[in-house]
Design a protein around this ligand. Structure first.
Ligand SMILES: Cc1cc2nc3c(=O)[nH]c(=O)nc-3n(C[C@H](O)[C@H](O)[C@H](O)COP(=O)(O)OP(=O)(O)OC[C@H]3O[C@@H](n4cnc5c(N)ncnc54)[C@H](O)[C@@H]3O)c2cc1C
Length: 441
């Protein structure tokens, strides 16, 4: 093994894998450090399904067309302009080649016409899901000579006078050590999985949040960088959260615990009073409106109430519904006040919101819900070479970042389906390429 690595990639999620593969293919020595144990490697891409790509015409893997102009307009709309235009353009332009690049690196894609994925002209689905994609990329990285260590947490130590970095390494099996690197690409994800960090920005309410993704994206690297003087972007008090089943695990519930049945019923808080999420209809983005709404409820808990008809229309959820033969029985099973719940149901039925179904047919059912954090709109500032920008506007030619840790440069707020993976893959590939270019001089 080299004593000084050309490129050390910190974090073995999608961004880190793409950075490591791109750098290694550019001919430099690469070591990838992943703090999760091998079975949990891969970060949040393990849970992900699809990524957003520009394409001018139908391909084998995505129907119709999705033009760059449309992607940029969609981005501008959801971010309300809170997006670095240069990076946004780069993301969109390079999304056009990312599917082919991933395939060339071993990731099979799902054909859209075989009936197992929903129609989507904007996004591509890796065959077998995000976990299969991650496994394929780990396999390719190993084959081309990336040295990979799982169970290995990196902390930034110092930059010596010759410009090389020293990285402190804690592993599960050996005593702490340090390794040297000419360049570092930080792909360690955001801070949203650290309960203490969440608490510091969201107060006591954070104790009621679930974290949908890996507990290993713990934000310690982000904290190291900020402490070392990295500039920040975004707002730590804005996070993407959705309604998840309150009975799911606190961490890593992924997409299966998300409650998708909300359009078929009515939501009440812990006092059995109906609550609404402004503008939340049946469109897919409504999930992200319900997360913050439930976070604002007492105890960060709300209940989706359905009748037999609504339950039948909705897709099955991960956990079975709590049921009652009458609304009063249901209230009792949920620990809610029966009279208030009956009043809320009656009022809902009497003035049905557009597109809603009455709650009338027994048996009645409910899902208890909590807010589930997907990611936080906060991270380090980067320039268009993926170099971290310091708070005093300096750049460090040897320190790069990619993926969720810098996503807020492009999505200061808002979200589009499939953006997280595209951002991780495109900017990971770019950061790895730039790091290797720096090594080559
Ligand atoms: C439930 C869920 C579903 C999603 N679905 C989709 C989807 O369908 N489409 C989409 O586009 N996006 C989706 N996303 C978002 C997408 O998964 C992420 O945006 C993307 O995977 C981020 O990749 P990343 O590599 O930047 O960060 P992460 O996936 O967070 O990976 C960071 C990695 O760094 C490691 N690490 C952290 N600190 C250290 C350290 N100090 N030393 C070593 N290693 C460290 C972590 O263990 C982790 O493996 C989803 C997210 C979640 C939570």
């Amino acid at each position: 093994m080299s004593s000084t690595w050309d490129v050390v990639v910190i974090g073995g999620g999608l961004a880190g894998l793409c950075a490591a593969i791109a750098a290694r293919r550019a001919g430099v020595s690469v070591r990838l450090l992943e703090c999760a144990p091998s079975a949990f490697r891969g970060g949040n891409a393990r849970h992900a399904r699809n990524f957003r790509v520009v394409h001018e015409a139908p391909t084998r893997y995505v129907p119709d067309a999705y033009q760059a102009r449309e992607f940029l307009d969609d981005l501008a709309r959801v971010t309300q302009g809170d997006s670095n235009p240069c990076l946004a353009q780069r993301l969109v332009a390079e999304s056009e080649t990312i599917a082919a690049w991933l395939m060339a690196n071993g990731v099979p894609l799902q054909q859209p016409n075989v009936g197992v994925v929903p129609y989507s002209r904007r996004t591509v689905f890796p065959l077998g899901g995000g976990k299969a994609m991650i496994n394929a990329l780990y396999s390719t990285a190993t084959d081309i000579g990336v040295a990979i260590s799982t169970d290995s947490e990196a902390r930034l130590s110092r930059q010596s006078s010759n410009g090389n970095w020293s990285i402190d390494l804690t592993t599960a099996t050996s005593s702490p050590s340090s390794i040297d690197a000419r360049t570092i690409v930080v792909c360690a994800g955001g801070a949203g999985a650290d309960p203490a960090w969440l608490r510091s920005h969201y107060g006591d309410a954070a104790d009621g949040f679930m974290v949908r993704g890996t507990p290993y994206a713990n934000g310690r690297m982000l904290a190291d960088l900020i402490a070392a003087g990295a500039g920040t972007v975004g707002d730590p008090t804005i996070c993407h959260m959705v309604a998840v089943d309150a009975r799911g695990p606190r961490f890593d519930g992924g997409i299966v615990t998300r409650i998708t049945a909300i359009p078929y019923g009515m939501v009440v808080d812990g006092s059995a009073r109906r609550i609404d999420a402004t503008g939340a209809g049946a469109e897919p983005t409504h999930y992200a409106r319900w997360g913050p709404r439930i976070a604002a409820c007492a105890g960060q808990t709300a209940y989706l109430i359905l009748d037999a008809d609504g339950l039948q229309r909705a897709a099955p959820q991960a956990f079975p519904p709590i049921s009652g033969a009458t609304i009063a029985d249901l209230a009792e099973a949920l620990g809610l006040d029966p009279a208030t719940l009956a009043q809320s149901v009656n009022a809902f039925n009497a003035a049905l919101p557009a597109g809603a179904h009455p709650i009338a047919s027994a048996t009645f059912a409910a899902y208890p819900m909590r807010p589930g954090v997907t990611f936080v709109h906060h991270g380090v500032a980067v320039d268009d070479h993926m170099r971290i920008v310091w708070a005093d506007d300096r750049r460090n030619d040897t320190l790069f970042a990619a993926g969720m840790i810098m996503a807020a440069n492009v999505i200061g707020r808002g979200y589009l389906a499939g953006l997280g993976l595209t951002l991780a893959a495109v900017f990971g590939r770019l950061a790895g390429t730039e790091a290797a270019r720096h090594v080559h001089g």
